[in-house]
Design a protein around this ligand. Structure first.
Ligand SMILES: C=CC1=C(C)c2cc3[nH]c(cc4nc(cc5[nH]c(cc1n2)c(C)c5CCC(=O)O)C(CCC(=O)O)=C4C)c(C)c3C=C
Ligand SMILES: [Fe+2]
Length: 424
């Protein structure tokens, strides 16, 4: 018997995985855990599984987990059959890993000793960890930089996947931007998230190569009212005024692609924009508290809007401060990002803090890996980012990486695969 199995022959991951059905309550290791179906308000247990199959992909409105490994891939094959085979194999492995089971039929330790294992093994003995895997298709999958239609998909490209415009202050690095495919892995245990991406990359050997990837160590948003609001690397609560899983009507209006809008294969899907935003943290750390608060437009302690008292108080843009000027300054971040100033644009933010060591000049390479899901980036991220051109926060941040991907609807059940409708 391998070290990962118990007396019954089931691994701990597999035992936790078999209880992954929607809405079940079970006792594991003495704890009572309520598993909600994806998209509901139930907070996931940090050990339990989140359902992979469903109308929408998990990892969008499911409660944001604490850890991220996001990877963008380029296809190194030009065969449509290879692409379909890859998406099938990835979907199968994703269903396994999100349920807490190893990838592949024989896993990490039960295969033939003369063959490389089906799973790399570093998640053996770990619970499912709330792992979600969410796939996206970049513009270059449909038409590449040379204008080639490598996979016969050009006529399936959604108009909403139009390249993002150049924004004021962009310092984008191509080697950490774009990609044919992306996979967002989120979990409560970083080893579970990294294991998932590593195994998808391993399964894709010869078909895809990793273009860039990003680790995130702390969520910077709440996506459910059951979650507390976390803090970003500037020390502010982030995600207070985010769209939340409970806002079903608003999610329908601003996050999910409805039937009849764009190509049929995207109905029930969403579009994700990612931005690696470097913070000039040392400069921020020398900025007085009061100035930090007027830059954001909220207090640092409670997260209350300036002029308000409690975190979830309404933003009152008409209210004057003691000196007669607006309590929330005209160029404060929350004013310029608010839907009342952006033609109604809204999105679901799901970003992560990152620190990737130092930059060789004695400064931390740290910031926000911004992730936002929306129904259409042309009416979501783009107008907000354009409005942020005069944001005073820009003095302290620089966008260095960017990605835009179409995330298809969820896989409905075993035998289905990510993006199936695209190939029908
Ligand atoms: C284009 C979209 C946005 C970018 C890029 C962005 C970067 C960014 N934001 C913070 C910190 C905070 N943002 C907050 C609110 C907020 N931000 C956006 C959009 C972008 N932010 C929106 C739509 C909102 C909500 C505005 C509203 O309706 O009130 C807040 C306040 C807390 C909250 O409501 O989430 C903070 C803090 C940083 C540090 C940053 C780049 C590094
Ligand atoms: Fe923001």
């Amino acid at each position: 018997m391998s070290s990962s199995t118990d007396q019954s022959g089931l691994s701990r991951r597999a035992m936790l995985g078999v209880v992954g059905g929607a809405g079940v309550a079970v006792g594991v290791a003495g704890a009572s855990i309520a598993y909600g179906p994806q998209g509901t308000a139930h907070a996931a247990d940090v050990d339990g599984p989140i359902e992979f199959y469903g109308e929408h992909q998990a990892g969008i409105v499911t409660p944001a987990q604490d850890r991220l490994h996001f990877a963008a891939f380029d296809l190194i094959t030009e065969s449509r059959d290879d692409l379909v085979a890859l998406l099938r194999a990835w979907s199968e492995a994703a269903a396994q890993m999100t349920a807490g089971r190893p990838a592949g039929a024989t896993g990490a330790v039960d295969g033939h000793p003369a063959a490389p294992p089906d799973d790399t093994g570093e998640a053996l003995d770990l619970p499912p960890g709330g792992l979600t895997l969410t796939i996206g298709f970049g513009p270059s999958l449909f038409v590449d930089a040379e204008g080639r239609d490598r996979f016969g998909l050009a006529d399936r490209k959604p108009e909403a996947l139009a390249e993002l415009p150049h924004f004021v202050g962009d310092a984008l690095r191509p080697e950490i931007s774009d990609g044919d495919l992306c996979v967002q892995a989120c979990a409560y245990d970083p080893q579970v998230a990294v294991h998932a991406i590593r195994n998808l990359a391993r399964i894709g050997f010869g078909k895809v190569s990793v273009r860039w990837s990003q680790l995130g160590f702390g969520r910077t948003s709440a996506t459910s009212r059951e979650q507390t609001t976390p803090r970003n690397m500037m020390g502010f609560k982030d995600g207070t005024n985010n769209l939340k899983a409970e806002d079903t009507a608003l999610l329908g209006e601003h996050v999910w692609v409805p039937e009849g809008e764009g190509p049929a294969w995207m109905a029930g899907g969403s579009y994700v924009v990612t931005r690696r935003i470097r913070m000039t943290i040392e400069t921020w750390d020398r900025t007085p508290l009061g100035e930090q608060e007027t830059i954001i437009g909220r207090t640092k302690g409670s997260g209350a809007p300036l002029g308000g008292v409690k975190e979830f108080d309404e933003l009152d843009f008409g209210k004057a401060g003691a000196d007669g000027t607006p309590a929330i300054p005209m160029q404060a971040h929350v004013r310029l990002a608010h839907h009342s100033t952006t033609n109604g644009a809204r999105m679901l933010r799901r970003g992560y803090n990152f620190t990737d060591g130092s930059d060789g000049l004695g400064r931390l390479d740290a910031g926000l890996f911004f992730i936002a899901y929306q129904r259409d980036p042309r009416t979501g991220f783009v107008p907000v980012q354009l409005n942020l051109a005069s944001d005073v926060l820009n003095e302290y941040i620089r966008h260095v990486g960017s990605g835009l991907f179409a995330c298809p609807p969820g896989v409905k059940g075993p035998g289905g695969f990510w993006g199936e409708g695209l190939f029908g």
